[in-house]
Design a protein around this ligand. Structure first.
Ligand code: ADP
Ligand code: ASP
Ligand code: MG
Length: 405
């Protein structure tokens, strides 16, 4: 007997037939004698709709009430799945976040899980029932409902797997595993049998939304065996695991893209000590994260241009902060949200040179202009115009030999 967490995403529970399909998948694990905890997302599109309602009522709404609204989609699916399981003769009970409880900090809209009570769910399983838990939600310091950020059900699943010491955490979704890049954009993307926690973490944080970044951080920290697989096709998926479990190591294992970036250039900034601190300080105070940064060499020794990126959703606020701050001396502020960040990721980069050069050459051959570059130990990222996203992804995928044969 094993203890298994099975998480199903929005498309997998998108309508009643799909929920019945999920019930059958759960039943087959249950019938094998396993203890099963199911974690569900809302039906696809529902959370977007709820977010949209909040924006319509009040663009700058209270984050606590936002969480009350956007967490409701998951309550619908867990109740429906419990009923569908009953129809198949499987004892099951649903649990929203506070009932578990999944305790979080008070950062509404992007709360972090702090602890999980295991007693109630352990008892539920001991009583021979499947526990069906609402993903994406928890309960904060003042007993208010919180949510974990978009895509947060993945994190709920991994956190429950860690807390309940599950043998496996299976993430069922609308693709049959983790691919070398988004298979919806590059038809020749290849499914990976295994990927290291480190590479998956980079892929996720650089835009591949197949797993929420925090879920990978948590899996890595608690060594949870996470498998990504299809809820529609019965086939082995991709195992996220330790580096030493992977025999054949690739130089580059994946390519990610993120359209969630916007570029700001401050033209003619004074070229003197303390200027960067004066610009980025107020952005930090406003809780705006800055990602890529480039400061040009000044031509005349007195002025320079400073370019950096922020999340697209923070662009308006960043412009407001920078224009309202009167003591910043610059000529013009030029925003650009028509950009995409493309990143090449691979453990092999630690020991092999030339990966970045191949990226620059491939993009140059396609006449794609690079706006910004950043690198770290196992990735190289470039910012380019969004118009070239697909062209760049396909060209790079071939250049690194990742295409399916
Ligand atoms: P769910 O609703 O099941 O949580 P998501 O939409 O959050 O599903 O994540 C699955 C999607 O992630 C896929 O449909 C795919 O388009 C996208 N994706 C992006 N990069 C990758 C990748 N490298 N491998 C697999 N899927 C990817
Ligand atoms: N329903 C939530 C969202 O759409 C959580 C999730 O799907 O993981 O972001
Ligand atoms: Mg998701």
């Amino acid at each position: 007997m094993a203890r298994i967490v099975m998480k199903f995403g929005g498309t997998s529970v998108g309508d009643c037939d799909r929920i019945k399909n999920v019930a059958r998948r759960v039943k087959s694990e249950f019938d094998r004698g396993n203890e099963v905890i199911v974690v569900l997302s809302a039906m696809s599109g529902v959370t977007n709709q709820l977010v949209d309602y909040c924006k319509q009522i009040a663009p700058l709404h209270d984050a606590r009430e936002y969480d009350v609204v956007v967490s409701t989609g998951e309550q619908v699916t867990i109740g429906l799945l419990a009923m569908a399981l009953h129809e198949l003769g499987v004892p099951a009970r649903s649990w929203v976040g506070w009932q578990v409880p999944v305790r979080t900090d008070g950062a509404h809209g992007k709360a972090r899980i702090e602890s999980i009570g295991t007693e109630a769910l352990t008892q539920c399983m001991a009583d021979g029932q499947v526990a069906v838990v609402a993903g994406f939600q928890g309960i904060g310091p003042e007993d208010r409902v919180t949510t974990l950020g978009r895509g947060g059900s993945d994190t709920s699943a991994v956190a429950l797997a860690a807390a309940l010491k599950a043998d496996r955490c299976d993430i069922y979704t609308d693709v049959d595993g983790v691919y070398t890049t988004d298979p919806r954009i590059v038809a020749k993307a290849r499914k990976l049998d295994k990927i290291t926690y480190e590479e998956m973490l980079e892929l996720a944080s650089l835009g591949a939304k197949v797993l929420q970044t925090r879920s990978v951080e948590m899996a890595m920290k608690y060594r949870v065996r996470v498998q990504v697989l299809s809820s529609f096709v019965e086939a082995p998926g991709t195992l996220v695991c330790d580096e030493d479990e992977i025999v054949e190591k690739e130089l580059v294992s994946g390519i990610a893209y993120s359209r969630d970036e916007a570029k700001i250039t401050l033209v003619k900034v004074d070229d003197q000590p303390g200027v960067a601190a004066a610009i980025f300080g107020p952005l930090t105070d406003a809780n705006i994260n800055v990602d890529m940064i480039v400061q040009n060499v000044s031509e005349d020794g007195t002025h320079t241009d400073l370019t950096f990126t922020v999340a697209k959703s923070d662009l308006e606020r960043a412009i407001k902060v920078l224009t309202e701050k009167t003591d910043l001396k610059y000529g013009r502020l030029v925003p650009d949200s028509n950009v995409v960040k493309i990143s090449v990721i691979g453990m092999g980069m630690r020991s092999h040179a030339g990966v970045a050069q191949k990226m620059f050459k491939t993009l140059a051959d396609k006449s794609i202009n690079i706006l910004l570059i950043s690198t770290s130990e196992i990735k190289v990222s470039v910012l380019i115009s969004d118009d070239y996203t697909e062209l760049a992804l396909r060209a790079l995928h071939s250049a690194y030999g990742l295409d399916t044969k």
